[in-house]
Design a protein around this ligand. Sequence first.
Ligand SMILES: [Ca+2]
Ligand SMILES: [Ca+2]
Ligand SMILES: [Ca+2]
Ligand SMILES: [Zn+2]
Length: 359
Amino acid sequence: MVRRTPRGLLAAAIATVALATLAAPASAGTSAPAADASGASAASAPSAGPQARLFMVNPVQSSGDQSLVDAKDAASAVPASAYATAPLRNLDASGGLNGKWAYVRSDTGASAKTADATGFTREDDQFEQVMAYFWVNEAQEYLQALGFGSELPGANDRAQPVRINQWGADNSYFTDRKAEIRFGKGGVDDAEDAEVIVHEYGHAVHHDQVPGFGTSLEAGAIGEAFGDYLAVSVGAYADAKYGWPAKADLACVADWDSVSYSETPHCLRRIDGNKVYADKVGQVHADGEIWSRALYDIRRGLGARTADRIIVSAQFGFAPGTSFEDAALKTIATAQSMYGKAAADTVRAAFRAREIPGV
Ligand SMILES: [Ca+2]
Ligand SMILES: [Ca+2]
Ligand SMILES: [Ca+2]
Ligand SMILES: [Zn+2]
């Protein structure tokens, strides 16, 4: 779940009037069906498959403009330059947003047709549907690129059901019972921010790896932390893959969704904070910042690919109600078995810096 910090009064938002035409979005299409993550694949000839107009993670991150506001979902509140065009992959033949790794349902408005997916802006209900499909697919493609589902066990390598509920509250969540992700609205529509989408997908990954994961407060905090970390990691992967700009702090989660409830620079949460184990307050989102900082340090120490292969592999061995201590020890042992002592030492140092007991 994405829990908001206390909602600030939505300052009388002066919409940035940027009535630029949306007819020529910054295009970063790639024709490579599974482009590598090197970042070398810049714009090339348009793909033959369906394309979509979407946000490059989110408009605040891609533009660096912290003054953007929701303005009641007005298309004019976000400049055309915040959009890119990219391929929709792994679709079935239905003509809708149904594919190998995601399928999207809407409680409001018509369901998007993939043939129309380059024509939506943020004021269209279908825009959030397209964003949800694209980013869930992208997240699973990232896990596949890390080897999950081939060299390593699959991690939620199935068609993830996603529901867009434009009548809902400002809350998005993953339901254990249906293993479905639901995106709400309120402030910025939740599915306008790829980091909110991927955060929720992180819960789905955990649930697939360990059914019922999150039965203790510390396990719940690990779930929130992993969602935040995965959101940052997948966004960075996509930015490199498509050549998209990233002008906000890498450690900031949900730069766009949070414009209506956070100070600048806008972040729902950060993954580079300084909390340690003794700072626990018994709230999963707050305490998750202890764990996510450790994950971020592992990334900085080992690089994204090695870090994420270790982090996700270790999670298969977490108990549903794990403690920080047990999960940290499992992650250290996983690093040791996959990459040896130096990697294990880096992982241990990251958890020790958070003063997690027993490591
Ligand atoms: Ca919208
Ligand atoms: Ca929102
Ligand atoms: Ca971000
Ligand atoms: Zn969550």
